[in-house]
Design a binder for this molecule. Structure first.
Ligand code: C2E
Ligand code: MG
Ligand code: MG
Length: 409
């Protein structure tokens, strides 16, 4: 409880009685730094003046003056990076719409509760806000990324500063390690290990993505071969941008590189996320069809996020569907997420694709995914991405964990 004192919480509700009730509830849950406002205007003024710097906001929707919907918009304009919990007496559709609106605007909604909130429901949502605050401290607020110049990113690629990390994928039935996903990191001389969010987009925007993919994929293909020689049968996934598939000769480049590395295409998985920009579908289809023909495994990444949708599934030949972390993590306690998760799983089944649950972050997530019948899991609960050298040691540890923590019971 001691560190929860560090989190500041704002409550905004036009009913003084509810403010008092919630303040008391928070105090009993161990949150001492709570500031209450009866009007959105006052809360915004305090935020603007820097008088308050909350990690979480409990927000009513129906209020005179600035209501919850408007408040969410103004918060997003301020780039608020903390968590939001909606506490409302409105009907479910209204609450869902507000929640969705906030998410679309880039805010983090931990969840929604009916008035008056019950402490046992409020508590996990506040924990989520706390996790988020911790993550924001670690990675910097979303959208406030250090902006690297395209020239610097190009140099990083050319000078070999990129490093492949690998995150395991395991079977939820037996615990067997079936493969890994390659995730690129930039070993920056001053900034340390930089996450892909800070440079992959820049590479995509400035015509550097083929060079980046060439590095990552080439190394991954060599690693696939090395693991195979060492007796480790691991399928190795690589993330491709749609831009990587934009030219008809893309398939040849990918095929030849696998051959040059001595890697079996059947052991390589190509993860694709549907792009924001609509590329020439005929070309992409041509490239993917030829890769499929050569026995590469094709995987649709981030399914459900809006960038990946049914359109590509209808036309393309995918073997695997990765259900986005946003529909996996916490689905055990959120019926809306769970419904989406199950629908995706059903879809994968009908299309004869293997479903992979991404973002399995906690024991509860793991148990939920297992119980749902999704056979492959990936996420921090299983393992964080790691350098290739760490994989054999991790596999041994994982086997022990399966028994010690009774992960298959
Ligand atoms: P992705 O392909 O969906 O990869 C999964 C991301 O989720 C990774 O983030 C991974 O570290 C993170 N993750 C894994 N388990 C958990 C979990 O339990 N909870 C949460 N919250 N996150 C988890 P990372 O490494 O920062 O990569 C982000 C994205 O960058 C990737 O998303 C992928 O789209 C892109 N990316 C990474 N490497 C490459 C690359 O070589 N080429 C291209 N084009 N894109 C890449
Ligand atoms: Mg991926
Ligand atoms: Mg993904």
């Amino acid at each position: 409880m001691a560190d929860s004192v560090l989190m500041q919480i704002l409550i905004i509700d036009d009913e003084p009685f509810l403010l008092k009730l919630m303040r008391g509830m928070l105090r009993r849950l161990g949150y001492a730094d709570v500031v209450c406002y009866e009007q959105g205007e006052a809360a915004l003024a305090a935020l603007a003046a820097g008088e308050v710097t909350p990690q979480a906001i409990l927000l009513d929707i129906n209020m005179p003056g600035i209501d919850g919907v408007a408040f969410v918009r103004l918060l997003a304009e301020r780039g608020f990076s903390g968590g939001i919990v909606l506490v409302s007496g409105e009907d479910e559709a209204m609450v869902r719409a507000t929640s969705m609106l906030a998410s679309v605007r880039g805010l983090n909604v931990a969840g929604a509760l009916r008035k008056p909130p019950r402490p046992e429901l409020l508590s996990p949502l506040l924990e989520q806000c706390r996790d988020l605050a911790a993550r924001t401290r670690r990675d910097g607020p979303a959208g406030a990324s250090p902006r690297y110049s395209p020239t610097r990113v190009a140099a990083a690629i050319a000078q070999g500063e990129l490093r492949n990390f690998y995150q395991p994928k395991v079977l939820t039935t037996s615990g067997d390690v079936v493969g890994v996903e390659t995730l690129v990191r930039w070993q920056h001389p001053e900034d340390g290990l930089v996450a892909p969010a800070f440079f992959v987009g820049i590479a995509e925007e400035h015509g550097l993505i083929n060079a980046l993919t060439h590095c990552v994929y080439g190394e991954a293909a060599r690693q696939t071969r090395a693991w195979q020689l060492a007796g480790l049968s691991l399928k190795v996934a690589v993330n491709l941008s749609m831009e990587n598939l934009a030219e008809v000769n893309s398939a040849d480049i990918i095929i030849n590189e696998a051959l040059a590395a001595g890697a079996d295409p059947a052991m390589l998985v190509l993860e694709v996320t549907e792009s924001r920009l609509m590329l020439d579908l005929a070309t992409v289809l041509d490239v993917l069809a030829r890769l499929h023909l050569k026995r590469f495994r094709l995987s649709i990444d981030d399914f459900g996020t809006g960038h990946s949708s049914l359109v590509v599934l209808r036309d393309l030949l995918f073997d695997e569907l990765k259900i986005d972390a946003g529909f996996v993590h916490n689905a055990w306690r959120n019926e809306r997420l769970a419904s989406f998760f199950r629908a995706s799983l059903d879809l994968a089944r009908h299309l004869k694709m293997e479903a992979v649950a991404e973002g399995v972050e906690t024991r509860e997530d793991w148990d939920f995914v297992r119980a749902s019948g999704c056979h492959v899991a990936q996420g921090y609960f299983v393992a964080r991405p790691m350098p290739a050298e760490a994989i054999p040691g991790w596999i041994a540890d994982w086997r022990a964990r399966l028994l010690n923590e009774r992960l298959l019971d």
